[in-house]
Design a binder for this molecule. Structure first.
Ligand SMILES: Nc1ncnc2c1ncn2[C@@H]1O[C@H](COP(=O)(O)OP(=O)(O)OP(=O)(O)O)[C@@H](O)[C@H]1O
Ligand SMILES: [Mg+2]
Length: 332
């Protein structure tokens, strides 16, 4: 049985936007599985359907064998969910937020205090539990949202952009705890992200999504092996144009960056690097510096879709989310 089984899923929003256009996807039990893609690819739509918040236009979804349409209650009972947008009351303390959700989730009153203490301790929030959430950092807010999602010990944890807008240290802390939870309870983690490195580092399996379609799937190293190419990057002494010419004559597709680095894709960089340096040297060009850059998921995405995840879009999305969070915190 799969933790999640999505078949031929289509979602057309009123107004005609086709957010999902025939998605097929299975998530194995006990793994961490990422859905990776740019803004508007359909990640949140997919998560909203799996978590039974919105209905599909066509297709089916099962969660541990339960159908999202006819057995929604059973499905919700298995899932812990952290949405993309903030889901806390900022004028309350961390503990009070957890208490409200404990009541919503129907945790028995005699058990609530213990459950809350447990998850707050687990997420490293014990010391700040009595502080108002509006005084929390972005990382603390995200960890509190995750703590709350863990109160019912979900078999399946679904997170929409778990670390968006967080600095690297805060991101690491979030993931260290998520993976500890997965290990301790054998739970499944399904998360949406547009951070290549987050999918690369923390997902056992990655599904790439673009414009409502899954374009590739596998472990990150499988994807890089199949679709990615390693690069040799050089700094040469003197005439870069001459270097470009020589390398092109060797048969490489060469590009020169603004900062004067000469780079080219190669299949077997460890074998090719000394040959390239020697070849250039024999033509009177000395190499000052050389390095091998391994293929990234970004390269894979570019190869498959013809575009990367635009930095500009990403910055805009983070700006939006952070300003919404600040506004909510101010009570605006
Ligand atoms: N309620 C809605 N009504 C109409 N269109 C919507 C609605 N929600 C999302 N869309 C559209 O559906 C498409 C997919 O959006 P979705 O939010 O699922 O993408 P995403 O991959 O989560 O993007 P992001 O990285 O920005 O969170 C987009 O074109 C979006 O504008
Ligand atoms: Mg989204």
């Amino acid at each position: 049985m799969f933790a999640i089984e999505v078949r031929d899923l289509v979602k057309v929003y009123s107004g005609g936007v086709v957010a999902l256009n025939g998605v097929n996807l299975v998530v194995d039990e006990g793994v961490s599985h990422a859905i990776l893609g740019p803004n508007g690819a359909g990640k949140t739509t997919l998560i909203r359907i799996i978590t039974t918040q919105i209905k599909p236009t066509k297709g089916s979804v099962k969660v541990f064998g339960f159908d999202i349409m006819s057995q929604g209650g059973r499905v919700r009972g298995l899932i812990g969910y952290v949405p993309q947008e903030m889901s806390l009351w900022t004028e309350l303390t961390g503990y009070e937020n957890a208490l409200i959700y404990a009541k919503i989730y129907g945790i028995e009153s005699s058990k609530r205090a213990e459950v809350i203490e447990d998850v707050l301790e687990f997420m490293g929030l014990k010391e700040v539990e009595k502080r108002l959430v509006k005084t929390y950092s972005g990382g603390m807010i995200r960890r509190l949202e995750i703590a709350i999602a863990l109160m019912c010990r979900p078999k399946l944890l679904i997170l929409d952009e778990p670390t968006i807008g967080l600095d690297p240290r805060a991101r690491m802390l979030v993931w260290e705890r998520l993976l500890a939870y997965k290990k301790e309870f054998g739970s499944t983690i399904f998360f949406a992200t547009h951070y290549m490195d987050e999918a690369d580092k923390y997902a056992d399996k990655v599904s790439l999504i673009d414009r409502g379609r899954i374009v590739a799937e596998g472990t990150s190293s499988e994807l890089k092996k199949i679709y990615g190419v390693d690069k040799i990057v050089l700094r040469v002494v003197g005439d870069m144009e001459k270097a470009r010419k020589v390398l092109q004559e060797f048969g490489f597709d060469v590009s020169i960056s603004n900062n004067g680095e000469v780079s080219m894709a190669v299949k077997d960089p460890a074998i090719m690097l000394p040959k390239v340096i020697e070849g250039l040297y024999s033509m009177g060009i000395a190499v000052l510096e050389a390095r091998v850059v391994e293929a990234s998921l970004d390269d894979v995405f570019i190869k498959l879709t013809g575009k990367g995840i635009s930095e500009e879009e990403e910055r805009e999305l983070i700006r939006d989310i952070l300003s919404t969070r600040r506004m909510i915190r101010r009570g605006g």
